[in-house]
Every structure is written in structure tokens, then in C-alpha cells.
Design a protein around this ligand. Sequence first.
Ligand SMILES: Nc1ncnc2c1ncn2[C@@H]1O[C@H](COP(=O)(O)OP(=O)(O)OP(=O)(O)O)[C@@H](O)[C@H]1O
Ligand SMILES: [Mg+2]
Length: 286
Amino acid sequence: MSPPPAQAGSLSVSDLHVTYGRSVRALHGVSLTVPHGRIVAVLGSNGAGKTTLLRAVSGTLALHRGTVDSGTIHFGDTRLTGDSAQSVAAGVVQVPEGRRVFGALSVEENLRAGFLGARRRGAAERRAARERVFALFPVLAERRRQAAGLMSGGEQQMLAIGRALMAGPRLLLLDEPSLGLAPLMVQRIAGIIREINAQGTSVLLVEQNASMALELSDRASVLDVGQVRLEGASADLAGTDEVRRLYLGEVSDPGTEAEDVVPATGSARALSPTGPGLTELSRWNG
Ligand SMILES: Nc1ncnc2c1ncn2[C@@H]1O[C@H](COP(=O)(O)OP(=O)(O)OP(=O)(O)O)[C@@H](O)[C@H]1O
Ligand SMILES: [Mg+2]
């Protein structure tokens, strides 16, 4: 399939097929676009392929013995070829699942590590990037000399996002930033994502917390066993019976199916109703 016309700063994933260890098929024909300046969410239960999609975009699949069998990924005019250095150089930076920070290193050292491989270079740029991070996350400035491993889960999530911002991303890839965080911290992280986006960075947000993700994003896709089942404007998706029932923990109300949401492959079929995101969701909903 030929790639769609490139739009500057826009991510375009087309008909992506991914396997691990040559046998586990994780993505089967996933297509998705993140227009420049937007927040796009990807929802889905455990094992749906959300992290795999982000790994493919950030060029880190090979570290996990994964391969792209077919399909293309473009960021603007640049075809991303599965090389993490190339993705970062193009401005595509991932915050990995589980907020992996370097626990023995200080906050400042973690941030410095995020600057390696950045598009911008030089001490002045690094200071400017760090000041931007400290303005977004004052707690990181206060704790700059503390070992990252001693910080709370929410603070480590902030540091993981801050470290990614040090690379000056044009597109930030976030893998379940709300996971395991208390409702107030989830709201803070959501506000920070909104602010980062308002400052001009596009965001591809993977979440099981559909409530948070649909509120933040412009458009969303629902992944189910490696395929996009639903795609549409987030406000419309939040109104669909299927999403409300399976991801928002609400009772089915067939009268409110939104019209703009298209099943991505044939008719929408029921997703697994046992997604562990439901607990997270109802907690976030208060
Ligand atoms: N390194 C790996 N080796 C083999 N199989 C893998 C590997 N990583 C993921 N998989 C498999 O690929 C599929 C998609 O996994 P992925 O981690 O992308 O799902 P996910 O949507 O991110 O799930 P979760 O919500 O639990 O994080 C699953 O079947 C998973 O078991
Ligand atoms: Mg995952």
C-alpha cells in the first residue's frame, strides 16, 4: 500500500504488521494518524498491542525481538525504519511503560540522560530544555539532587515525561502514564499532557484509562488483539454504547450510539469485557 501524502510533523502508520520472535503476531494491519499538534489516544485491554505500536514508532521493537513484517511508518516526509536513534533525531520520543527511570541516578542526571541523542545540542540548549521541564514540574526542580528511585510513583512518572521532553520531541509517545496512580495524580498528569500539547508537541497517548484518554484527545482508536476495532473523534467514541459499556464501566444504553464513529474493520464486535482498565476508570471517574 502506498503511504498517504506526508504532512509536516504528522505521524502516519499504514497497514502495520508486527510479530515477536517470528511467531507471536502482535499487530495485524494497524493504520493510524496523529496530525501535527493533536493528541490521539489508543485504547485497548491487556495484550491488545498498544505498547507494540509505540515500540514500532519509536524504533525499539528490535530490543524486544519484534519485527515489522509489512506496513510503513512516516513522520512527515521521513520514513521511520525501526532505528531508535533515527526516531529521536526526527523528534519522535517515547516514555516507556512502567515509567522506567534510572533509580540510582539523581533527577538531574536522569534529565541529562534524556538530552543525549536530542535534536538540539549544546549546553545552552540543554539548560533551556531543563528549565522548561522544571517549569512544568516544579517538584523535579525541588528534588533535582535526589535519587530518582526514592521518589513516589507519580513523581517518577513526571520524571519519565520530563526526561523525554529533554530530547525536544515534536511527537511524544506516552505508554499508560496513569497506570497505578491515585486519581488526583492522574488529573495532574492529564493537565501536564494538555500543557505539553498546548506548547506545540503532538501526543500519541496509549491508555487503559479510557475516561482520561478520551477527555484529553481529539481522536482515538480502540485496539483489540492487534487490530483497530473502532476509530473516531474522542467525544463521539465516548458516546458509543460499546465504549461506554466496556471501557467506561457504564450500563448499556443503545439509544446513544454516535454516528461519526466507524468500526475500523467491518462491523464493530464486542471487545473483551474484562479489561482491567475498568477499575482504573471508575476510580478516575470518582
Ligand atoms: N517481547 C515480547 N515477546 C513476545 N511477545 C510479546 C512481547 N511483547 C509483547 N508480546 C505479545 O504481543 C501482544 C501485544 O502485547 P503489548 O505489550 O503490545 O500489549 P498492550 O496492549 O501494551 O498490553 P498491556 O495493556 O498489558 O500493556 C501480546 O500478545 C503480548 O503477549
Ligand atoms: Mg502495554
